[in-house]
Design a protein around this ligand. Structure first.
Ligand code: HEM
Length: 344
């Protein structure tokens, strides 16, 4: 577009050299500024080919269909916001946001240890079924995951908490052996930050996105190493003693099979309470407590106790996470069914 304008307006430019030069330098400054900002902030700051309203012409009802199915299911099952949010995260961290986590092939991602407690698949199936009726073969399963996560969390507010870019396409490979990219709750601060950096995400994203642990549950097995060593009580020094007792009452031994709320204060609410918990040594996972072990992270934890700051930071980092290694253009495919790759 710019090139065509320059060619057509050549004579006018010759007659107005000063304005043309000014325009040229302005253009160079804009492009350079953008490049410098992108390089400084990392690749995910630049749009990888996604767009707001990607389906505006091809499937205008996508937003309303995803929201109505998700909200109806969340109204009937309050565990779903946490499940769908985690599902999108576990999709994006393994081979990018390409819906590889949904595939049902042998030794697929969902069979891997960290994904055994992941759920919400049936909600995605229900959304996909309706979308295939409205606009067959158009909306990717990867986009459905991103939209459903947003809508499930937003149900509480009856308004969208963040904007979702769309235009992702679906991958064709799902291997349990790739799930090592997911952060372990026991990896320590450096290990967890590294797994975010490996995906192009930074310290700010790590702290903001950890706020997802303001909803949902953890299996006792994710927590008991902080409470026991074998049969003996052995409480993690980063854990508040009274809160450790609360966790122990839900997980009475190192082999307990129950669950505990990730946010011991306001488990059902998507709020900034998680950060207050972490500051008070009441973060449930070792990875939550690890955020206090780095000065910059601890300062961010303090900042994000402010709900307005948390929602803003979470929205920005969700957008970045939603861009991780996405397939766009003609890469990948638009699956007809989210659990299997297209046969032809
Ligand atoms: C910072 C690194 C992270 C680690 C080490 C981590 C680890 C975990 C673990 C161990 C659980 C409990 C699983 C179980 O025991 O069944 C969990 C639950 C959860 N995680 Fe994370 N997580 C991290 C980041 C994230 C991010 C970035 C999100 C989303 C943006 C997220 C969303 C959730 C949610 C919502 C749950 C509760 C799921 C449910 O109730 O079904 N986590 N996480």
């Amino acid at each position: 577009m710019v090139g065509r304008q320059q060619a057509a307006g050549g004579s006018r430019w010759r007659g107005d050299g000063g304005a043309a030069a000014a325009w040229w330098w302005w253009w160079v400054a804009v492009v350079l500024g953008h490049l410098v900002a992108s390089a400084r902030a990392g690749l995910l700051e630049t749009n990888p080919g996604l767009a707001y309203n990607f389906y505006q012409k091809s499937c205008p009802s996508v937003d309303s269909i995803v929201r109505s199915v998700t909200w109806a299911q969340v109204a009937a099952n309050s565990t779903l916001p946490a499940r769908l949010l985690r599902l999108h995260f576990h999709d994006c961290f393994v081979k990018g946001c390409d819906a590889s986590i949904l595939l049902d092939n042998a030794q697929s991602e969902k069979t891997a240890g960290p994904n055994l407690s992941v759920g919400g698949y049936e909600v995605i199936d229900a959304i996909k079924a309706q979308l295939e009726q409205a606009c067959p073969g158009v909306v990717s399963c990867a986009d459905i995951l991103a939209l459903a996560a947003r809508d499930a969390v937003s149900y509480q507010f009856k308004a969208s908490l963040w904007q979702v870019e769309t235009g992702r396409r679906d991958g064709t490979v799902s291997l349990a052996s790739n799930t090592g990219a997911l952060p372990s709750p026991f990896a320590g601060f450096a290990g967890i930050l590294q797994s975010f950096q490996n995906r192009g995400l930074n310290l700010t994203d790590l702290v903001a996105l950890s706020g997802a642990h303001t909803i949902g549950v953890a299996s006792c097995s994710s927590v008991t190493p902080r409470l026991y060593q074998g049969n003996a009580t052995n409480v993690d020094p980063l854990l508040d003693a009274a809160y450790a007792k609360t966790l122990m009452s839900s997980c009475p031994s190192s082999s307990s099979s129950g669950t505990v709320n990730l946010d011991g204060g306001t488990a059902a609410k998507f709020d900034s309470r998680y950060f207050t918990n972490v500051l008070n040594k009441q973060g449930t996972l070792a990875s939550d407590a690890a955020l206090t072990q780095n000065a910059a992270a601890a300062q961010m934890v303090q900042d994000l106790t402010n709900p307005i700051k948390f929602y803003a930071a979470f929205s920005m980092s969700m957008k970045k996470m939603g861009r991780v290694e996405v397939l766009t253009g003609t890469s990948g495919q638009i699956r007809k069914q989210c659990r299997q790759v297209n046969s032809s």
